[in-house]
Design a protein around this ligand. Sequence first.
Ligand code: ADP
Length: 624
Amino acid sequence: MGMHGGMGSGAGRMARSFASRPTPEGGHPIRRSTVRRVAGAFRPYRGRVAGVLGILVVVAGLGVVNPYMLKLIIDVGLLQHNIHMLLVFVGIMILTPIISTGLGVWQTYLNAVVGQRVMQDLRIALYSHLQRLPLRFFTGTRTGEIQSRLANDVGGVDSVITNTATNTVANLTRAAATIVGMLVLSWQLTLLSLALMPIFILVTVRVGEIRRRVSRDTQVTLADLSALAEETLSVSGVLLTKVFGREDAAQHRYVRETNRLTALMIRQQMVGRWFFGFISTFFSIIPALVYLAAGLFFFHRPGLHGSAGISIGTLVAFTTLQSQVFFPIGQLLTVQVEIQGAFALFDRIFEYLDLPLEITDRPGALSLPRDQVRGAIAFEDVRFAYERDGGPAITGVSFTADPGQLVALVGPSGAGKTTLTYLLARLYDVDGGRITLDGHDLRDLTQVSLQGAMAVVTQETFLFHASIRENLLVGKPEATQAELEAAARAAAIHDRIMELPQGYDTVGGERGYRLSGGEKQRIALARAILKDPRVLVLDEATSALDTHSERAVQDALERLMGGRTTIAIAHRLSTILAADQILMLEGGRIVERGTHVQLLAAEGPYSRLYDQQFAGQPLLSAAS
Ligand code: ADP
């Protein structure tokens, strides 16, 4: 079963590594630059790699020892009845596999260490690179795809190292050592058995092609299937399916894809079974032919060979060796595909590692000390498009916000409000014009100082799967418990946190304690209060809260906005009324600006929007 099992697991590895993208027809090109980088990844572990290679060569050499002992045992020990030598040979024969096994275990250990370490290095490099990639990358890439690269592609690295690379070297050395051993025993018989090699090679290569095709189809189907599951079984996917009653349709699609997969899997196993059958038959027939040839040598020309001829011991040793030569050669024939797969794997990892960071610190970028930020914001003829060739999301936007002012962004959905806040937080860089903080172009400031000066509160509050305390500390990692509680009190969430089962240690997040929408919003506000930024970027939640929560959120908001420059996507009437300046956006432009009173009087787009969206809202702050 050795061959079948070995190749089966190879296909399994490829199934994982090709899951995210099938290789193009004709295999993956092996680029010199990739080879260099892969070698670079191994450099820190070169001592261990050398150890592995050394052991492989020794083990290959040892593989020839026992067949040779067999010859000596038969010719000298048994036929000449030399008990002393028999004991020596048998002793060696017992010792050889013991040494081989010991070395093999050691080699596996070294291999595992190298494989796991290289994988860990790549995983960490990839993760830290991904974290620094611009938001653009994440909005444009399926989450599953990113996770698949981290999990499957990087995960495949270990098996590439421990299987593909090691097996290739092991098979090469084993085949070479065996052929040398065979030649030493009898070059005539060696020629004979190698003459049969082309048949073996032909079948192996052909079967390899079929297997590759089937396994490629399998991987595509697997990828489709997991994408389908991921899409339809995500919270939003399930929600959509349920509310539209599309369970049956989703199920049909799933059944169809699994049917395809099942057929492919069966095909894959059958191709393997046929091949295994061929190989075992081939292996059984060859020794018979060797015996036949040897028999012809012995019986027809005994005089010609004499003592230098082919002895019985030589013959037995030869057939033993010969049975060892086809397996490694067969493996080497198919290894090209695996090596290509391995390089495809590395290329995919490197492709991600090479993605430009886009938003980076300019050389000599200015570090603006936190306590020196005044918080003056200016947009100067800002232009921006999400896609290079797409339509602009923001066109010619100019406005200023003095320190401590509140600027409210209003306008229909898709007007560009969120985009403006993204640009201000430098999640994207502007395509034209500039945005300044205290007169400095955002691109001239270090990201750290910009992030330190600014807090962004998004509409959806994201909680990590961690304690409430840790979730709050995102705002200021070094905050004391007293500061934490003060911020929570200011956000009107402290009392509620104290009611939770483990207080501040209660685990929040998607799989943690379920906080209500209003509570989560207040946690987000507490986070921002804790950070105490000069500039606040706020996307007010649209979701209506119960009156109690609404009141609490609004109080927290007022405390948060007080004294800071705030750019708010306003959904609350109170925010709009409090704004020093309202910017009415439409189609990525500012179409109207002024205070609420001025804009209502103008009876333009703002007053129409106001009538639609805000007029009916209860004005809680009016009471205070
Ligand atoms: P608003 O917040 O006012 O509803 P947005 O700023 O979200 O509007 O969107 C402005 C425009 O930019 C819209 O036309 C929207 O479709 C487009 N847009 C938003 N995000 C992206 C994105 N990640 N990629 C491409 N286009 C986007």
